[in-house]
Design a protein around this ligand. Structure first.
Ligand code: AP5
Length: 218
């Protein structure tokens, strides 16, 4: 399956993409994770985008499109998490897939209110080693501030402070929300209420994906 997970910052795209990736064995491509890894390793790309990420602004379409292009063209299944985020990126993706004779099977829109997002993101902690995502209120690690998988000390993302979260939400409303309207014309969009418990969101999502994949087989 070729999927796009769409929604505001903190909607749960990464959380649900990790679960979907494990359940259906689909590679998870998160542009945010790729960029943060580059910042951590101080690569040329990382140095270029560090300040942009910290301010919660968008990295340029050219940079992002190049990061994603080879992956989507070469892979037979993927979950795109955090891409496309502008109409230009969506058009670029359409063209790249068309050239490779591929198309997106479903777009999953996870919807959550701004206040819930701020509450969630300011309480998010992540493992700097494996990327597993936790939440101090709703998804605590078994041992205080340590990753369940590898024991690394959990950290807060630089862009997860309240002011930056609100800026990211504004960027989402202005630049990214129009992308869903662009897709509404010719793609299957499934909207999920992301303010439910993580496991209920996962259940609804998996039901949708099982339906979408059986459609493919017909
Ligand atoms: P990116 O990493 O993509 O950030 P984002 O879209 O803002 O999304 P988040 O990772 O914050 O949230 P999420 O929806 O994955 O939620 P999560 O599952 O973690 O991008 C970061 C930056 O990179 C951007 O600001 C931009 O600068 C740049 N960038 C990336 N892609 C780009 C692109 N295409 N173009 C240009 N620039 C780009 O969950 C959040 C928290 O809530 C967690 O603590 C989790 O445990 C908790 N949670 C999840 N679900 C639930 C639930 N149902 N109930 C309660 N808690 C929940």
């Amino acid at each position: 399956m070729k999927l796009i997970f769409f929604g505001p910052p903190g909607a749960g795209k990464g959380t649900q993409a990790q679960k979907t990736s494990e359940e259906f064995n689909i590679p998870h491509i998160s542009t945010g994770d790729i960029l943060r890894e580059a910042v951590k390793n101080e690569t040329e790309l990382g140095l270029k985008v560090k300040d942009i990420l910290e301010r919660g602004e968008l990295v340029s379409d050219d940079i992002i499109n190049k990061l994603v292009e080879n992956k989507v063209v070469d892979m037979d299944s993927f979950i795109l998490d955090g891409y496309p985020r502008t109409i230009e990126q969506a058009k670029f993706l359409d063209q790249a897939l068309e050239k490779a004779n591929k198309e997106i099977d479903a777009i999953i829109m996870i919807d959550v209110s701004e206040e819930e997002i701020v509450n969630r993101i300011t309480n998010r902690r992540v493992c700097p080693e494996c990327g597993k995502v936790y939440n101090l209120l709703t998804l605590k690690p078994k041992e205080d501030m340590k990753c369940d998988l590898d024991g690394a000390k959990l950290i807060q993302r630089d862009d997860d402070k309240e002011d930056t979260v609100r800026d990211r939400y504004r960027v989402y409303k202005k630049n990214t929300e129009p992308v869903i309207e662009y897709y509404r014309k010719n793609k299957k969009i499934f909207t999920i209420n992301g303010s439910k418990d993580i496991k209920d969101v996962t259940k609804e999502l998996f039901n949708i994906l099982r339906g979408a994949s059986s459609d493919d087989n017909n």
